[in-house]
Design a protein around this ligand. Structure first.
Ligand code: KG4
Ligand code: ZN
Length: 332
């Protein structure tokens, strides 16, 4: 069964066609990075407007690239929560219009559930329960994933998401937006013991995260150093190691406590080379395998939405044309 997936939760206009929850027939993502770059972050109103310009074209392209016609779509899965409300409404309205015109069933999907599902698209037979670390520009969540698409939320960020901290630190260092990949590159050439940045909530005894203080510590450090700033590579490496230390140690502790059969990483920050490497090594030490999807499924995309949408369809989920969008929503 072909599912058309649509995601406009943030700054990517995305549409995809996935067969039977797994086979990606098309996966189109129109990035708005150029639009938001000069502001050093995403401007919600600009994001919504850009989605309006792109959405029809992107959906058409997804269907054409899949080599099918609209008549061959069985259902529509659209992200309706959580995200930027104006942005979500664009994708949701498009999905409703197509569902109405072609008399198709449609389902509202939780964006985070899509991120979690990305690993199930990329890997066969992932064992349950597994611990999923979802780290992106807008989210940092530690989730216990049970069979049957049931979730326990173990912890989340109290303030900034990990990706948000990356983007802000990149801005302080004058390195551009989005900052994750740039900092990752600089960090690979720096000394991570150069500056002792804090590891927020590392020993809090729970699974909560906080990255705002770390972000501010980098800012104070840069402001105070003035002309005597050490190499950017060392600042990037010291910052990145602080982030990775917290993410890895908390995830590993959760995996041990919950007797997890696997650890999965997802979201844009899961593209981070040091996070992947360190988590992999830590997983080896406790005998738990670590999985992550290819980059195009880590970052925002609609294939993951179509993928989980297929399972929701089979579970009997159907939404009405009065379905709303929600800026905040929990996975569990
Ligand atoms: O999943 P995503 O595309 O969008 C959201 O749902 O937020 O994630 C984007 C975030 C940005 O904050 C970006 O800086 C970060 O992912 N990112 C990275 C890397 N590549 C992207 N962060 C750390 N290291 C990377 N290599
Ligand atoms: Zn996302």
């Amino acid at each position: 069964m072909n599912i058309l997936g649509i995601d406009t939760s943030c700054d990517e206009t995305a549409a995809a066609v996935v067969a039977d929850g797994k086979k990606i027939l098309s996966n189109i993502v129109a990035s708005q990075v150029d639009l938001h770059q000069k502001y050093g972050g995403i401007v919600p109103e600009l994001a919504s407007r850009k989605h309006v310009e792109s959405i029809n074209y992107i959906i058409d392209q997804a269907v054409t690239d899949a080599g099918i016609s609209f008549d061959e779509i069985g259902a529509i899965a659209v992200t309706n929560r959580p995200g930027l409300i104006g942005a979500l409404l664009v994708g949701l309205s498009a999905a409703k219009s197509i569902a109405y015109c072609y008399n198709l069933p449609f389902m509202g999907i939780n964006h985070i559930e899509g991120h979690v599902y990305a690993n199930f698209m990329a890997h066969d037979n992932l064992p349950f329960p597994n611990i999923c670390l979802t780290v992106a520009g807008g989210h940092t969540l530690l989730i216990e994933v049970h069979a049957g698409w049931k979730y326990s939320l173990l912890g989340t960020t109290q303030d900034d998401a990990a990706g948000e901290a990356y983007d802000k630190v990149s801005q302080y260092l004058g390195l551009g937006f989005p900052g994750g990949r740039i900092i990752d590159e600089y960090a690979s050439k720096g000394k991570d013991t150069a500056i002792g940045f804090p590891r927020p909530l590392l020993n809090s005894g729970d699974y909560q995260f906080s990255f705002s203080g770390l972000k501010t510590a980098v800012r104070y450090y840069v402001d105070k150093a003035g002309e005597k700033l050490p190499p950017i590579e060392d600042i990037a490496a010291s910052f990145q190691t602080a982030v990775v230390d917290v993410l890895v140690q908390k995830t590993i502790r959760a995996a041990k406590e919950k007797n997890a059969k696997a650890i999965t990483l997802t979201g844009g920050v899961a593209a981070n080379s040091q996070l992947r490497q360190t988590m992999h090594q830590a997983g080896v030490e406790i005998g738990v395998e670590v999985y992550y999807p290819p980059i195009q499924l880590c970052t925002d995309n609609a294939a993951m939405i179509a993928g989980i949408g297929y399972h929701k369809y089979r579970e009997g989920l159907r939404d009405g044309l009065d379905l709303n969008a929600y800026a905040t929503a929990s996975i569990a």
